[in-house]
Write a protein that binds this ligand. Structure first.
Ligand code: SF4
Length: 348
């Protein structure tokens, strides 16, 4: 694997024309850039030696000036049930990112990170506990996808639900979505991509202003503002009522799917009042509710609810006319389940 040097961009950070200029400046013909793009985005190659239609001289030269992916080391951890595989990517300067491949019946989803760590500090999330380390660059986001595809996973769906609040890195996240969906890029359907947010108003406003159409998931935590603030400090400056109003505006503009992600915390947000308010919010936004039972961890001060409670919670939402599903946990044994990413930041 090509090693990343500090402050050096990777091939993934470059547009086709930027790569043309780089290759031209190093004695290659500009059309070679298209060949490199094809090797990377179509054949999922992460090593210049595999680009057999490039001259050996050019391959050797490119190796010395720019890496393909920005990782200095990668750890791969498959879960015992083989339904999840966690990748821990090490960046230059002992920084870490985690991503998880989730195997569904008919497709594979990559849960991708947009930041290393997260500044939002949701009290039920290990990434929040780990704290913020850095914003990810375009190459660091795309590199996660390229690496797992090179490793044999035919990814068809992506969720920006790994480490970080994607809307706090919205410009780079959007640039990554453009490359992932473009014909010269990975060419994955935009309909198969979901960006999850804890409700960052400025980021949602950016999506509205730039007319960016994308499926969104909103992590509710608790629909009651006072109770929400206790577990999600983002509520202070981004009140849920304003977030809901802005999301409604966004949905009118784009007619995209919205999911309300609801992590159940025993005795905290599983009561009748929360259920009622959550149902009202879902109806107002015409959103589906995705119920997730907490993945317990010694650093997280909450407990999950019982299987019976989550089942009944779902049934009661359905009776109120709300579409609700339960997301079953995968990858708990490798600490790759929802809200569990960040072990690498705590341990290393
Ligand atoms: S749930 Fe998302 S926004 Fe909240 S701390 Fe975790 S990664 Fe950050």
């Amino acid at each position: 694997m090509a090693m990343a040097k500090k402050d050096v961009k990777t091939i993934l950070d470059l547009s086709l024309s930027e790569l043309q200029n780089l290759i031209k400046g190093n004695g290659g013909k500009p059309f070679v850039a298209k060949q490199v793009f094809d090797w990377v985005y179509k054949k999922k190659v992460i090593n210049f030696d595999d680009m057999t239609n490039l001259s050996k001289d050019l391959r050797e030269k490119l190796k010395t000036i720019i890496p393909i992916v920005p990782f200095v080391n990668v750890e791969v951890l498959p879960s015992s049930d083989k339904l999840a595989t966690k990748y821990i990517f090490e960046l230059e300067g002992h920084q870490f990112i985690e991503a998880v491949v989730l195997v569904e019946k008919k497709y594979k989803t990559l849960c991708i990170s947009s930041q290393s760590g997260c500044p939002v500090d949701c009290k039920f999330c290990l990434t929040g506990y780990a704290g913020f380390k850095k914003q990810l660059s375009l190459g660091e986001i795309l590199g996660q996808l390229l690496y797992v595809m090179n490793d044999g996973h035919a990814i068809t769906h992506l969720v920006y639900m790994g480490m970080g609040e994607p809307l706090l890195n919205v410009e780079t996240v959007y640039a990554s979505i453009q490359r992932i969906t473009s014909e010269e890029g990975f060419y994955i359907s935009r309909r198969n991509i979901t960006v999850s947010t804890s409700g960052y108003l400025q980021g949602i406003q950016y999506l509205i202003d730039q007319e960016i159409a994308i499926n969104l998931a909103f992590s509710v935590g608790n629909p009651n503002p006072d109770k929400r603030e206790k577990i999600m400090s983002i509520e202070k400056r981004n009140p849920i009522n304003e977030v809901s109003r802005l999301l409604s505006q966004y949905l009118k503009q784009h007619n995209r799917k919205l999911t309300l992600e609801y992590t159940l915390l025993k005795g905290e947000n599983d009561g009748d009042d929360e259920l009622e308010e959550l149902a009202n919010l879902a109806k107002y936004l015409n959103a589906k509710v995705n119920l997730i039972n907490l993945n317990p961890h010694p650093k997280i001060p909450f407990e999950p609810v019982s299987k019976d409670v989550i089942k009944k919670f779902k049934e009661r939402l359905t009776r109120k006319g709300v579409r609700a599903t339960i997301r079953f946990t995968k990858g708990q044994d490798i600490v790759a389940a929802c809200g569990q990413l960040g072990e690498s930041l705590i341990k290393k």
